[in-house]
Design a protein around this ligand. Structure first.
Ligand code: SAM
Length: 394
């Protein structure tokens, strides 16, 4: 396959722009669309995106798009794609499908027709009467939206949110990609203290530490494309090695340099804190993030005065009867902010009256989905640091 691939970094609703910004920082020309961000590049570039994207769900190679108002059109459209440019004769073919606002609205039928068409194409090109499917796995995704089918090849394997460190599920954990997006869109910067006073299983502090230490989110996990045959394996390996070196260098600098990493989490529940500590160890960050058992009302002792940012995912009060409890927590959170006057705050909630209960309008908001729950991220900027007084002689 020569030439540039058309690549898609899929992302949850509300995070498309965050994924596009990340791609731009990686050096790509990227544009957000409903469902993700588009960019172009080689297989190596797709690997780089898998390794480094924090807010995206998957990296896909777009193989083609066409009108699919009937099953015949779908079959012919898939069969016309140059699948052999991407899939070897022994490819183990796995199809997934989704449909929205279209004539074809049954994903299972779309999946089976598309698979028949793909098999038919490969049998014809490779001159074989059956596909052995004994080789590496290739997942083809067919998405039909307003009668336009987009067929794309998944390079990631499991979703990019699965960094590999999180194995225990606390109540209502935040997906790693959403946690990272929250950290990246908050007023926090890696040299500032970071604090989550309701950290549960530790996702937000761990994602903040990964960002501060320049640790590629995908460093510890494999990607589907690594199993595919091809000459790129060496290039993938060197991208991994380079990422590991960047992490080690940054870690050494933060441990020995003038700006040590100050990332912490606390929670009222000792059991979830044990999970947070296990996740920290599994992320290879033992000793780099502080986790302590604290009630929200006593949490400010962890940092005291100075500047920093609180980033947190408090309970939403979604279930009947829990709303009053959630509101009491938002008021307590406001008191925490009052006790930390130099600090900014970023909180996510689905509670429609969050700002009213918290008692302050957010400086910036972003609508996102936490799983199926529509939420907003409320950002409160820290007060500006006073400018240094000019010297008397100036
Ligand atoms: C939605 S969960 C946070 C999940 C976390 N982001 C994660 O990824 O695992 C809310 C957390 O707030 C904690 N919490 C509730 N009330 C609290 C209080 N008064 N003080 C401290 N923590 C509290 C709960 O124990 C729970 O772990």
């Amino acid at each position: 396959m020569s030439g540039k691939l058309r690549l898609l970094a899929t992302a949850a609703f509300g995070l498309e722009g965050v994924a596009a910004s990340e791609l731009k920082r990686l050096g790509f020309e990227a544009k957000g669309f409903h469902g993700g961000a588009r960019f172009e590049g080689s297989y190596e570039d797709a690997f780089l995106a898998n390794l480094w994207l924090r807010s995206a769900d998957r990296v896909l190679i777009e193989l083609g798009r066409f009108k699919a108002e009937s099953f015949e059109a779908l079959f012919e459209g898939v069969k016309a794609l140059p699948l052999e440019d991407y899939l070897p004769r022994d490819a183990f073919l796995h199809l997934t499908a989704s449909c929205a606002r279209s004539q074809l609205m049954a994903p299972s039928s779309v999946q089976s027709i598309a698979k028949k068409a793909a098999v038919s194409r490969l049998q014809g090109v490779y001159q074989i009467s059956w596909l052995p499917e004994t080789g590496p796995r290739y997942r083809l995704d067919v998405h039909i939206h307003e009668d336009e089918a987009v067929v794309a090849l998944d390079t990631s394997g499991s979703g990019l949110s699965r960094r590999g460190y999180r194995t225990f599920n606390a109540v209502a954990p935040l997906r790693e990609s959403l946690a990272a997006a929250m950290v990246m869109t908050s007023p926090w910067r890696p040299w500032l203290p970071f604090f989550d006073p309701m950290c549960g299983s530790g996702t937000l502090p761990i994602e903040a530490a990964l960002i501060a230490l320049d640790r590629a989110p995908g460093l510890l996990r494999p990607f589907a494309m690594e199993e595919w045959a091809g000459g790129e394996q060496k290039a993938y390996q060197s991208l991994r090695e380079e990422a590991a070196e960047r992490f080690e260098a940054q870690k050494a600098e933060r441990q020995a340099g003038p700006e040590p990493l100050r990332v912490a989490g606390s929670d009222i529940d000792a059991q979830v804190l044990n999970m947070a500590l296990s996740h920290l160890r599994q992320a290879g960050l033992t000793g780099l993030v502080r986790f302590e058992k604290r009630e929200l009302k006593d949490a400010q002792d962890l940092f005291g005065e100075g500047r920093g940012i609180v980033v947190t995912n408090p309970p939403y009060g979604e279930r009947m009867g829990d709303e009053a409890q959630a509101e009491a927590i938002y008021q307590e959170l406001r008191m925490l902010r009052n006790r930390l006057p130099g600090w900014g705050l970023s909180a996510i909630s689905s509670h429609k009256g969050f700002e009213r209960v918290f008692g302050l309008r957010a400086d910036k908001k972003r609508r996102v989905y936490n799983g199926r729950i529509e939420c907003e991220i409320f950002n409160y900027f820290p007060p500006r640091a006073p400018k240094a007084e000019p010297d008397a002689e100036d």
